[in-house]
Each structure stands twice: as structure tokens, then as C-alpha cells.
Design a protein around this ligand. Structure first.
Ligand SMILES: [Zn+2]
Length: 100
């Protein structure tokens, strides 16, 4: 079953629009920033590629503060970066064994 009308979201790192499922949501709720792999967490959400490089870009450009209209602060962003790294590591371990 193919869903032709894929919802698109824009990564706050590379600013490219991609199908939502290729991105990961980061939720901002009551002053707390957290990785939201399910996409169902409460609060305002921003989307980012499943790529550490995009998170770094977003951090450097202050994209979180701009997209959320509030600055989550560096410690929270760093924690989310770690959560994203763990999430990506898990995916790599599960499949896609394409190492050279
Ligand atoms: Zn990106």
C-alpha cells in the first residue's frame, strides 16, 4: 500500500523538504526539548534529518531558537544530539550493513 500524498516536512539543519518519515521530530514542551521518534509527543515540534550533520548545522545556525521561538539552550540541544546518535546507532545495528 503506497501513500502517494506524503506529508513533507523541512529539516531545520539543511532546510530541505523531505517526506516526514525520513525525518525525526524533536519536541519542545514546557521548556523541555526531547527527541520524539514516534512523532506524537506534545508540544511544538521541529524536524531534522536522521543525520547528525544536520543537527550540528541546526545548532550552529541557532535554528532551534528560531523555529521554536524560544531558546532551549545548549545543554538540552546536546542531550538531544546524544539521543539522536543513539537512535541512529540502533538503526544502523539493525540493518543496512553496507560498511566498506
Ligand atoms: Zn537535513
Amino acid at each position: 500500500m503506497k501513500n502517494k500524498k506524503q506529508p513533507m516536512r523541512r529539516c531545520i539543519g539543511c532546510m530541505q523538504s523531505k517526506p516526514k518519515e525520513q525525518l525525526i521530530r524533536i519536541a519542545w514542551f514546557e521548556g523541555k526539548l526531547s527527541l520524539d521518534p514516534t512523532g506524537k509527543a506534545k508540544g511544538r515540534g521541529v524536524y531534522i534529518c536522521r543525520d547528525q550533520a544536520c543537527l550540528e548545522k541546526a545548532t550552529k545556525r541557532g535554528a532551534f531558537a528560531r523555529s521554536l521561538h524560544e531558546d532551549p539552550g545548549r545543554p538540552q540541544i546536546e542531550r538531544v544530539a546524544e539521543e539522536l546518535a543513539a537512535e541512529l546507532g540502533r538503526q544502523t545495528a539493525e540493518g543496512d550493513d553496507h560498511a566498506e
